[in-house]
Ligand binder design. Sequence first.
Ligand code: KG4
Ligand code: ZN
Length: 374
Amino acid sequence: MYILSIDTSCDDTSVAISNDLNIIANVFWSKIKTHEKWGGVVPNEAKRQHEEFLPHAVDECLKEANRKLDDSFGLTKIDYFAVTYGPGLAVALEPGIKIAKELSRKYNKPLVAVNHMAGHIYAVLARDENNIPLSDLAEFEFPLLALTISGGHTDLIFMKDDLDFKVIGTKLDDALGECIDKVGRILGLPFPAGKYLEEIAIKGNPKSYKLPRPMSGSQDLNFSYSGLKTSVLYMIRKYVEQKHGIKLDDKLKITDLSSYLDESEIQNFASSFQIAAFESLNIKIRLALSKYKVKSLVVGGGVIANQTLRLLIDNICREFKTNFYYPKPFYLCTDNAAMIAIAAFYYIKNNKNVYNYNELDKIDRVPGLSIEKL
Ligand code: KG4
Ligand code: ZN
């Protein structure tokens, strides 16, 4: 079954073509450069660029997959279209849904409306063109625990079966990725900061500065990262004032703070922050694994691209004798349309959210879509 999928939940325009679970082509059109300048995603700019890039991305993806949309012999056709309908930025989701509906209508093929976070979890089941699982996992082992860590989400999810999601822990304020990006800004790193922070954190000493481990005492499975970001900010301000014997202006721009630090100080702050953020996450993973008896832990979302975090979680899972899976290729951790295709395969198998070309009006964007709603 050939699926052409589209993801425009945030700032990346991505289109993929899959055959069952095999990823045949995955195309990105990124506008990071524009957003880098502003230190965050500019929604209307994201929308404008999705509109501009989508037709090209669809064409390029079809070319890469050597597929056509209108082959009457049925040899190279697409059987289904799939699109992210939430969660995400409303104005970013719209152009993706619009073009997906147009394609579905034009080629009389069903459209599958997919939850972006289900995509992050199912990404781990993607296979290459030769049907080899890209992340060493052929199918889910239930019950399982899923953890989604991205720019917008920090969720612990219990799954008894396919597409059966129960949120058992969630963010109370900033998501982990959001906190990483904000601290990255304080340290003068480009947006999104995750990969740059990882690079410099490796060179620093994680014990240099003592930062709090948020929520470490709480017995629930929720997360809070906004306090940690504030602690980093105050700690650096105080450090700079003491080091230089100055009083910093209250109106000093966050992005100017790092100019008072040398390279090794930035590395040490990055390293100390990173370990505080990850240890706080790991406390909750331990708690969840002791409360829920599961066969495996599946982690998805941009932050699991981080090698240090992968090692830390791997150690916990060994201790709990739980299998640990995450999308091995970097592109399957961060936003991509391939993961939407994999989730769509399971939606189709379970007959969920599959709409015929004459019932597409039922699909609309849902920016705050919960994973429990599919
Ligand atoms: O899943 P994703 O691409 O988009 C959302 O759905 O939000 O996640 C983006 C987040 C950003 O906050 C980015 O800084 C973070 O993932 N990220 C990383 C790394 N690569 C991306 N965080 C830590 N280490 C990385 N190597
Ligand atoms: Zn995402």
